[in-house]
Design a protein around this ligand. Structure first.
Ligand code: 13P
Length: 340
């Protein structure tokens, strides 16, 4: 465990004015996203698309790291450079998604537990050798009438903590992602309660497995109203509820917190981050680790056509810049209109 390297990596991930691009969609998720814009999903189209994002000129001003899928970490840019080295050359940290997705939680039909611990120590060494310096593991918590259950929070927290310990031992910074889904008709208040229970369970497990808080990044969802709830919490309420939960549960020793977008609209994800980052006196830097809210306009502009690459890169550059501003509390809705 190289503590100096872990500290350096964690600080770089949340460096001021930068955030993380999540480009670690599994091939199945990629298939869905590509289908929505009429693109066939093959190993080559996935490579071409990721190459387009990573090759966007100047995006390294706003992007500190990229989370890769296993396949992408072994693919090459158009110039023949393996993607991890290609990113590192631009000053962007290569990261890797190491979980193996979701399995049904026994005795609780609607809940999931994340798999992927078997053989992880060995895989982690290989990822380090490929150049990856941080990792991601996503747990999913669903809100429903009598869920989440204690078993779901417990099982997922322990898996996250075991993963985090394995990462740190291999000198790879763990990004722990307990995502509370926004699907459903629940209120923002209920989402706040569930976030609090989830994060309490998560940090209790970190302590149980001696995970070093100084070398850990939390990737969290925001406290928003359920998608189907007619009363949607506004930007100020989302910011207030999310920060209240984070202050209650996340130790100040931690180097930073990043957010996922989770199906919020692009602009809502940016506005929410901006409102939170504008608060003074927080114990940790806040920034983004978005997939959809960074990539959606680029994907729509690309549609699989080589001729559309410049337009897609422009769209990606714009969202990266807007979110980089938001991570400093400097974004304004008017900036979006000026650019359109
Ligand atoms: P979204 O920003 O699209 O939620 O994706 C982030 C992520 O990495 C989910 O695991």
């Amino acid at each position: 465990m190289d503590k100096a390297l872990l500290s350096k990596t964690a600080a770089a991930m949340v460096a001021r004015g930068k955030g993380v691009l999540a480009a670690d969609e599994s091939s199945g998720t990629c298939e869905k996203r590509f289908k929505s814009v009429g693109v066939e999903c093959t190993e080559e189209t996935r490579r071409a698309y990721r190459g387009l994002l990573f090759g966007t000129a100047g995006v390294e001003q706003f992007i500190s790291g990229v989370i890769l899928f296993d396949e992408t970490a072994r693919q090459k840019a158009n110039d023949g450079t393996p993607f991890p080295q290609y990113l590192a050359r631009k000053g962007i940290l290569p990261g890797i998604k190491v979980d193996k997705g979701l399995a049904a939680l026994p005795f609780s039909a609607e809940e999931k537990v994340t798999e992927g611990l078997d053989g992880l120590q060995k895989r982690m060494k290989e990822y380090f050798d490929l150049g990856c310096r941080f990792a991601k593991w996503r747990a999913v918590i669903t809100i429903g009438e009598s869920i989440p259950t204690h078993s779901c929070l417990y099982a997922n927290a322990h898996a996250l903590a075991r993963y985090a310990a394995i990462c740190q031992e291999a000198s790879i910074v763990p990004m722990i992602e307990p995502e509370v889904l926004l699907d459903g008709g629940h209120s923002a208040e209920r989402s706040e309660e569930v976030h609090e229970a989830t994060l309490r369970a998560t940090y209790a497990a970190m302590a149980a497995y001696n995970v070093s808080l100084e070398h850990l990044i939390l990737k969290t969802s925001m406290v928003v109203s359920g998608k189907e709830n007619p009363r949607q919490a506004n930007v100020d309420e989302v910011a207030e509820r999310t920060l209240r939960v984070l202050r209650r549960t996340v130790p100040a020793a931690q180097p930073g917190i990043v957010f996922l977008s989770g199906g919020q609209s692009d602009e809502a994800a940016t506005a929410h981050l901006n409102a939170m980052a504008a608060m003074k006196g927080l114990p940790w830097p806040l920034t983004f680790s978005y997939s959809r809210a960074l990539q959606n306009p680029a994907l729509r502009a690309w549609r699989g056509q080589a001729g559309n690459v410049p337009a897609a890169q422009k769209a990606f550059h714009h969202r990266a810049q807007m979110n980089a501003l938001a991570s400093q509390g400097k974004w304004r809705a008017g900036l979006e209109k000026q650019a359109a």
